[in-house]
Write a protein that binds this ligand. Structure first.
Ligand SMILES: O=P(O)(O)OC[C@@]1(O)O[C@H](CO)[C@@H](O)[C@@H]1O
Length: 319
């Protein structure tokens, strides 16, 4: 089983604009769609659709519309009861595939909810292959919540993945190697935050076809105890450092409609390939295959139940 934790789930509201966003102007919406989101919820949905048991853990009021939306997807959930309504994250999507995301802070969590989350995750970790800690931390949660969880869950034996950004990511980086996860899935900017280098420069170089600096930063993280590093670079492809191998995959040519959920789908693809015992190059091919299909779908569109025969990534070994 793969367990995901989403501390700050969201109703993902996608507003389709008929023309590119006019900042400072009046924008009219052509269509609106709501779907259940939050990184761990997305990962669990893709993993379950790929045929591997998954469970999404998140705090929410039991009567919140978000809980009903999640139930309708069929994904198994453990809802940690809270009182603050689940946030609404807005995506402004234009016809050229540019997405502007406006994420809300989310409701504050109290100490009792945090205790419940910790003990539920610790129980589930005993029977899980992976526990995946995902997304931003809402108010009331200390920045080192994920770093503490990695340390606390280590004896349970499940492998641990973290996909977060900004302050919680910086807190994790400051606690390496003691709080080193088995997998991190940064984008270029987040890799910079983790490795203490300029992430914008990593992204610029990768966009120019030079993935050497990304690979070097990812390898440096392995030297600080992180098991594997899956770096998603959008249209510039992806890099995986895993089992002492470094691989690059180009991004398959797709018409990009919305990148929301593409990174989560890539992470799920990696986990699905791993569940089949496939080696690093295939784990990266599956990651890129799932990520690129997600990017081709509107809103928080997820690749649910893909045929691996359709994956088109070109892979190159970098070491
Ligand atoms: O605010 P966070 O927790 O960093 O990210 C939340 C979010 O942007 O991540 C998912 C896409 O990765 C969306 O479903 C969701 O709206």
């Amino acid at each position: 089983m793969i367990v995901t934790l989403t501390m700050n789930p969201s109703v993902d509201r996608t507003a389709q604009l008929p023309a590119p966003l006019a900042v400072g102007g009046v924008n009219r919406i052509a269509a609106v769609d709501d779907s259940p989101g939050g990184k761990g919820v997305n990962v669990a949905r893709v993993v379950a659709a790929g045929g591997v048991e998954a469970r999404a853990v998140f705090p929410a009021p039991p009567e919140d519309p978000f809980v009903t939306m999640c139930a309708a997807t069929g994904v198994a959930t453990s809802v940690m009861p809270t009182t603050g309504a689940v946030r609404i994250n807005l995506t402004l999507a234009d016809p050229e595939g540019t997405t502007t995301k406006i994420n809300s802070p989310g409701p504050e969590l109290d100490a009792a909810t945090l205790d419940r989350v910790r003990s539920t995750i610790a129980d589930l970790a005993r029977d899980a292959q992976w526990v995946v800690l995902c997304g931003s931390l809402p108010r009331g949660v200390e920045d080192d919540f994920y770093a503490d969880l990695v340390t606390a869950l280590r004896p349970a034996g499940a492998r641990l993945a973290v996909d977060t950004s900004d302050a919680p990511l910086a807190a994790l980086a400051a606690r390496l190697p003691d709080a080193a996860p088995d997998l991190v899935k940064p984008n270029g900017e987040e890799l910079g935050q983790l490795a203490g280098v300029d992430g914008a420069e990593l992204e610029r170089r990768a966009a120019d076809g030079d993935t050497g600096p990304v690979a070097a930063a990812a390898r440096a993280l392995r030297e600080r105890g992180v098991g594997a590093v899956l770096v998603t670079l959008g249209g510039a492809g992806a890099v995986l450092v895993d089992d002492d191998e470094t691989w690059f995959a180009n991004a398959p040519a797709v018409q990009v409609r919305s990148t929301v959920g593409a990174g989560d789908s890539a992470l799920a693809g990696y986990l699905l390939a791993g569940a089949r015992g496939l080696p690093p190059r295939d784990r990266l091919a599956w990651a890129v295959g799932h990520g690129s299909v997600a990017a081709s779908l509107p809103g928080t569109g997820l690749p649910l139940g893909l045929d691996p025969a359709t994956f088109r990534a070109t892979l190159r070994r970098l070491d």
